[in-house]
Design a protein around this ligand. Structure first.
Ligand code: GUN
Ligand code: ZN
Length: 431
């Protein structure tokens, strides 16, 4: 018998719908049991009902007092920017020029790329993030380093080689010939748990020829991801208008080049207009809202209510290293405040949805990750509502689920992640 069944007793929280649009979108089992077989979810439910179904002798890990949720999904960040997080600059464009480009230069060296990729993935796991959509650098060496480190941990990760063939230093410039990207797709896409993302950095650093080639590559490999930046800072938007005068909007530059489809992920989306939001919804593309980055660089405030009004896919990204934290809890904290400043409100349940099933749906991965439906990959985290002395006091009073999650989002960070599991194996434990 090759069955390996493992069970975890804790409170369980996961989603089967978006709480902004459906009643009873979440499942909550105060005394719950998560049953995992060979790296996949076998069942999730009440301990009382499921305990009797376990094969004789099944090991039950006791996490009572903790909350198990699906692992967080971070839909926008840059692994090569790990060592430059928290570098000050007055705006996006000087930040790129003064810190980002010199930092990314070092990733031609595969030894350096490997060192940073390993630290980066371990840092994600310490923060409870089990899947991410990741920018590498323009160097193919950086992509190999990223996917090798990810495969060694058996993580479901997406990433790709940055494309930029103008308006960047010579040492980071490539061309409209996307042979390296295609080789990397063949080498990595859907190998194990790896997924490839075609990654034009943003419209200002690509010629129309390169964006067109990226669109063609995306058509040839329709299950790959596409990731880029759009409408982040006002100076950037003005620059795009001058570089692409024939396009109605910044977002439509990407549409025009065949880069809007399901599995396209657009970081930031702050300065989109109504036509752009409708285009996002109609094409099935997705938004990555990156609040810690947007507040840090002073880029602007994303309008989640606008995205919801057209039912566009929305997810959350840390955008490390412009983002100031690897923690999706801290990202929720700042998303909450950005929503307030835009006159709307993000309940904690909605933010946990956005960081799990909402992101999985944005990436067309529902059924694979994002909740505890039977057969999904067992990527999950153990959240400790008493992780710090302050959290312990704050959550001591028999609060509602919403209040407990809200306290975790506002006060929590990596300390609240008691353990992280990927495909049923523990990959982080807090000491
Ligand atoms: N726009 C183009 N490149 C980048 C980047 O690396 N970070 C952010 N935040 N915005 C960008
Ligand atoms: Zn970014």
């Amino acid at each position: 018998d090759t069955r390996t069944v493992q069970a975890y007793r804790a409170s369980l929280l996961h989603f089967h719908a978006d709480p902004a649009f459906a009643e009873n979108a979440h499942a909550w089992h105060r005394d719950g049991l998560l049953v995992v077989e060979n790296g996949r979810v076998l069942a999730a439910g009440d301990y009382d009902k499921l305990a009797a179904t376990l094969p004789d002798g099944t090991d039950v890990v006791d996490y009572r007092g903790q909350i198990i949720t699906p692992g967080f999904i971070d839909t926008h960040l840059h692994f090569p920017q790990t060592d430059m997080i928290g570098s000050p600059a007055p705006d996006l464009l000087p930040w790129l020029e003064n810190y980002t480009f010199p930092t990314e230069r070092q990733f031609k060296d595969p030894v350096h790329a490997r060192t940073i990729a390993e630290f980066f993935l371990d840092e994600l796991l310490r923060n409870g993030t089990t899947t991410a959509l990741v920018y590498c650098t323009v160097h193919k060496e950086s992509v190999g380093a990223f996917f090798e480190a990810s495969a060694a941990r058996n993580l479901r990760m997406a990433g790709g080689k940055v494309l930029m063939d103008r308006n960047c230093p010579d040492f980071l410039q490539d061309t409209a010939d996307l042979r390296d990207s295609e080789d990397l797709i063949r080498r990595w896409h859907d190998h194990g748990r790896a997924m490839y993302a075609i990654t034009p950095r943003f419209a200002p650093t690509s010629t129309p020829a390169q964006l067109g080639a990226a669109g063609e590559l995306a058509r040839a490999y329709p299950t790959t991801y596409i990731q880029t930046h759009v409408s982040e800072s006002r100076d950037e938007c003005a620059w795009v208008k001058s570089l692409y005068p024939d396009n109605r909007s910044y977002l439509q530059v990407y549409e025009h080049h065949g880069l809007m489809r399901q599995r396209s992920m657009f970081g930031h989306c702050i300065w989109l207009d109504d036509v752009d939001f409708a285009l996002m919804a109609d094409t099935g593309a997705a938004i990555s809202h990156c609040p810690t980055s947007n507040l840090f660089l002073g880029s602007g405030l994303f309008d989640v209510a606008k995205a919801d009004s057209v039912r566009a896919h929305v997810s959350l990204g840390t955008d490390v290293g412009a983002g100031t934290s690897f923690s999706m809890l801290q990202t929720m904290n700042e998303a909450y405040k950005v929503a307030r400043l835009k006159g709307s409100y993000l309940p904690a349940l909605r933010m946990f949805y956005l960081a799990t099933l909402g992101a999985a749906r944005s990436m067309q991965l529902e059924g694979t990750i994002g909740n505890f439906a039977a057969g999904t990959e067992a990527d999950f985290i153990v959240l400790d509502p008493k992780a710090t002395p302050l959290l312990a006091r704050r959550t001591a009073n028999g609060d509602s689920l919403e209040e407990t999650l809200f306290a975790l989002a506002l006060l929590g960070d990596d300390r609240a992640i008691r353990a992280t599991y990927a495909a049923g194996k523990r990959v982080h434990e807090r000491h």
